[in-house]
Design a protein. Structure first.
Length: 303
């Protein structure tokens, strides 16, 4: 692995901060775990973890909460990356939570399993006795994300209280907790979407093809382009068409919107983001159910 750093100064500072936080997690906790979705932010975390602990291996497993409604390209990329890096992958399924009666699946053409992930995640963290769950959330994504600290405390029910977070002065992180509590740790909190793409370009990090233009069957709903899939029912008047699109985020197919795009390279994507008037979370239908959808889910234990 090439350890020489040719980054621009501000990217080098962000990288150093993230690496420092990853090392703090390993130093302060006993059983950390990295939440892996197959999206660019979790791919970035894997890359940073490799740099943080080189020449050793990443000292914690990856955990993927599988909704069962993932893009096939995401799963194929996930498996290829895990084999390449040589890291342990743990997978827990929302379908298992449904079968066990832990959650009730939504019905109808607008149904999504995205919110159901919370129970599966909390069950998995309890099963593996994880005391820190490392995630790729960034403060620029959404207003609820902006309230997070680097070390974000969760109570013994996995719940988050944004008004009861610990101060983080002078890069000092308080990892003390009581039995049953854990931390969500967000090493790339200070990164923006543009920072992530520019870093990926400089480091030549491979990304799933979904992030670049491709021809796909889509249909429009509430101003969003959703990918045609067996997991989504249609409402009257919704017509499927084939269009050149890409995805700015990668999540459950039932709630992840595409954008019309001809961006075929990272440079193209960066140019497109530069003039975009919408945030990447603006393509997520699950964030639009209510004004406080993300914060409500986070309070219950969501990512």
């Amino acid at each position: 692995m090439n350890t020489v750093n040719y980054l621009r100064p501000y990217l080098r500072q962000l990288e150093a901060e993230a690496i420092y936080i990853l090392r703090e997690v390993v130093a302060q906790t006993e059983r950390p775990i990295l939440l892996f979705s197959g999206g660019k932010d979790s791919i970035l975390l894997v890359h940073l973890a490799r740099r943080a602990f080189y020449p050793g291996r990443i000292p914690f497993p990856l955990l993927h909460i599988d909704t069962g409604h993932n893009f096939p390209e995401t799963l194929a990329f996930r498996d290829r990356l895990v084999e390449q890096v040589g890291v342990q992958l743990l997978v827990r399924s929302v379908q298992d939570s449904i079968d066990q009666g832990r959650v009730v699946e939504e019905k109808g053409p607008t149904a999504s399993r995205n919110a159901l992930q919370t129970v599966t995640l909390l069950d998995a963290l309890a099963e593996f006795k994880a005391d820190a769950a490392i995630g790729g959330a960034r403060r620029d994504e959404e207003k609820a994300r902006a309230k997070e600290r680097f070390f974000s405390h969760r109570d013994r029910f996995g719940q988050w209280d944004p008004k009861n977070q610990r101060p983080e002065l002078w890069s000092l992180y308080n990892g003390r907790k009581h039995q049953g509590e854990h931390f969500r740790v967000f090493p790339i909190s200070n990164w923006t979407e543009m920072d992530v793409w520019q870093y990926m370009r400089e480091k030549q990090v491979e990304l799933p093809e979904l992030y670049f233009t491709h021809l796909r069957a889509v249909f429009e709903r509430d101003g969003m382009l959703l990918a045609e899939s067996p997991y989504i029912g249609h409402l009257p008047g919704e017509e499927v068409r084939r269009q050149q699109v890409r995805f700015r985020t990668i999540g459950d197919m039932t709630c992840t919107g595409a954008v019309v795009s001809t961006a075929a390279t990272i440079d193209d994507v960066i140019a497109e983001i530069t003039v975009s008037r919408f945030t990447e979370r603006g393509t997520r239908a699950d964030d639009k159910r209510t004004e406080t959808a993300m914060e409500d889910r986070k309070r219950q234990g969501y990512f």
